[in-house]
Design a protein. Structure first.
Length: 164
């Protein structure tokens, strides 16, 4: 597992909360940008339309910046995209996954995207069959993506049903 690339390990996810979903006036729910720091933004409002946010993934190099610098750059980008009202946010939240203990093993090695995803060792059970592993990184197809997680989960369920 320490030698397997975790899709989120170099990711930074940021959310900007607003009182009103002004981006919906522009009929926008997804934004892809090559002029960062955020590469992808998504409408992250709740299903009751009572809380509104834009959420996105920052370029991994943004991890070298301080939190306040990332926040400033994210808001500057949003103002460039939507205008002044994008600067009227109520909160900025982020997770720098490279700093998270259980997402990044911090081995000092650099892994290629999806390196060792689907490795056959993940098919082995642990502790006498009491622990089975299934996630996006264990999948032999679409490793590191949601489709891989679904595939891996289905494989594990089928294995468990056969062993019953």
């Amino acid at each position: 597992a320490r030698n397997t690339h975790t899709w989120m390990q170099e990711s930074i996810k940021a959310g900007v909360v607003y009182k009103e979903p002004f981006w919906k006036d522009h009929k926008v729910s997804i934004i892809v940008s090559n002029q960062g720091p955020v590469i992808e933004y998504y409408d992250h409002s709740d299903s009751t339309n009572s809380r509104f946010a834009l959420c996105g993934f920052l370029h991994p190099a943004s991890g070298n910046l301080k939190r306040v610098e990332r926040e400033e750059k994210v808001i500057t980008q949003l103002k460039r995209l939507f205008g002044r009202e994008a600067g009227e946010y109520t909160s900025y939240e982020e997770v720098v996954w490279q700093n998270e203990k259980f997402t990044n093993a911090n081995t000092g090695e650099t892994f290629l995207p999806h390196q060792n995803n689907g490795n056959s060792i993940f098919k082995e059970s642990l502790y006498g069959g009491k622990v089975l592993i299934s996630n996006s990184e264990t999948s032999p197809v679409y490793g590191g993506y949601m489709e891989g997680a679904v595939f891996s989960g289905n494989q594990l369920v089928n294995k468990m049903l056969k062993e019953k």
